[in-house]
Design a protein around this ligand. Structure first.
Ligand code: NAP
Length: 421
């Protein structure tokens, strides 16, 4: 069920946040990649265009500038704090420790100049062990300093988040970069005091996350899509093997729908996600795009036909633009030859990305492995034997029945239907 936010952002629909009374605007503004000197102009343009939701993180290294701009807009009477929906995230370098998670939130509140965040997410699918005080952090990070999340480890980190929600400094909490199996296990934790309100993942027509969306829908969790435009200007470490990354906004299926509606390819990608019930946080540093990503999408989304939506649904290919970069963002030179590429893919120390064990697949990084198929043991063999026996008996009975029928025909022909003497 969608509701509409009050005030200046009245045109932006909102998604409900679980059983609480909260809601998240369905189109918000992404801040990753905004240079500190671009932040003020971009945030002011976004607020003027009608955005009220801002997706931030300490890792983006611009939270302070976002906070300065939003607090100036509040002081100028352009918006009120209660109209805003501010998201921040606990950085991987802090998420392994309760003390550091609390400290990270305090820092974000300070930088964002607010007493609370509307949403606090666990940012990445792993945390990084803090270095000893005074010891510089080596790079690439030693493997043993990168701690992956099992559902159980995630549960431990979530206890800190639950405590922060209890203080009201965090209004809603959520997870990012998690697959459906790990999320399902996490949700099955018997003592969850706070249920995740939002799951934020890379989601676009090439990576539609259908199983995760279905799981979230069944638990009343809102899904936020990041990189919903295909993150065309993502940093170099996510661009390796660039020819293997098709340009989302140049996809013929998307441009055809765009041409048919006289809309931009960006509005089609965003409009499709809106119609699939997902919240969006497109980023732009340009005023016109900032405005059109909101107004153009709101105008287009309702008029996308079932055929348009089906054509975009058909683009699914499980393609990650960003998440793949965590596992193995090799230096570009490593992609020069097939053997180097293989080595880069399997040897962690040639990679500058993240993993928590050698040769780890992206799937393992983001999600738990599927349950193993039951072994073909004695039980299965007995079942097979029973089936074979049943088949043989059936055939024999059918044979006996047809033999009796043949005898009857012969008998009738021989005796003209008269009873035999
Ligand atoms: P995105 O929104 O898919 O793409 C942003 C890029 O698209 C920018 O380079 C922008 O360029 C360009 N762009 C914007 N509007 C456009 C338009 N109408 N036509 C053509 N190009 C357009 O990618 P993203 O920044 O990766 O993701 C969005 C937000 O999600 C981030 O800013 C961040 O807040 C969040 N995020 C979260 C995570 C996580 O781990 N939780 C990971 C990644 C991102 P210009 O700026 O030059 O206009």
């Amino acid at each position: 069920m969608k509701r509409t936010l009050p005030g200046a952002a009245a045109a932006v629909p909102a998604l409900p946040l679980g059983p609480s009374a909260g809601q998240i605007p369905q189109i918000g503004f992404g801040t990753w990649g905004l240079q500190p000197q671009e932040v003020s102009t971009a945030i002011r343009a976004a607020v003027a265009a009608g955005y009220r939701s801002f997706d931030c993180a300490p890792v983006y290294q611009n939270e302070r500038q976002v906070g300065e701009t939003l607090s100036a807009l509040i002081a100028e009477g352009v918006v009120t704090r209660s109209e805003l929906f501010i998201t921040s995230k606990v950085p991987p370098a802090d998420a392994c420790s309760q003390h550091r998670t609390e400290r990270a939130l305090r820092q974000s509140l300070h930088d964002l100049r607010t007493g609370y965040v509307d949403l606090y997410l666990i940012h990445w699918p792993f945390c990084v062990r803090s270095p000893e005080p005074g010891r510089p952090r080596p790079w690439p990070l030693p493997l043993e300093d990168q701690l992956g999340y099992s559902a159980e480890q995630l549960r431990e980190e979530w206890r800190t988040i639950e405590a922060l929600v209890a203080t009201r400094a965090v209004r809603h909490a959520g997870l990012a970069n998690i697959g459906e199996r790990r999320l399902a296990k996490f949700l099955a934790s018997p003592d969850l005091a706070v249920r995740p309100a939002v799951v934020q993942v890379e989601l676009h027509p090439y990576n539609q996350m259908r199983a995760l969306r279905a799981l979230c829908a069944s638990h009343g969790i809102a899904v936020t899509a990041y990189s919903s435009l295909g993150s065309p200007a993502r940093p170099a470490k996510y661009q390796v093997q660039a020819d293997a990354h098709p340009l989302l906004l140049a996809d013929p299926a998307i441009t055809q729908v765009a041409t048919a509606h006289g809309a931009s390819a960006a509005a089609v990608a965003l409009g499709w996600a809106m119609r699939r019930g997902v919240a969006l946080i497109p980023k732009s540093a340009h005023r016109e795009r900032i405005a059109s990503n909101l107004a153009g999408t709101l105008a287009l989304a309702p008029s996308l036909s079932p055929g348009d939506l089906a054509a975009i649904d058909a683009l699914e290919r499980g393609h990650h633009y960003l998440a793949a970069g965590w596992r193995c963002a090799c230096p570009a030179s490593a992609w020069a030859s097939a053997p180097a590429r293989r080595e880069c893919d399997t040897c962690f120390f040639r990679c500058r990305g993240y993993a928590w064990k050698r040769g780890q697949s992206l799937q393992e990084l983001l999600d738990d492995a599927p349950p193993p198929l039951p072994p073909v043991g004695l039980g299965a063999a007995l079942l097979l034997l029973a089936c074979c026996c049943a088949l043989v008996v059936c055939k024999a009975r059918r044979h006996a029945v047809s033999r009796d029928a043949a005898h009857e025909v012969v008998r009738r022909l021989s005796f003209g239907g008269m009873p035999p003497i």
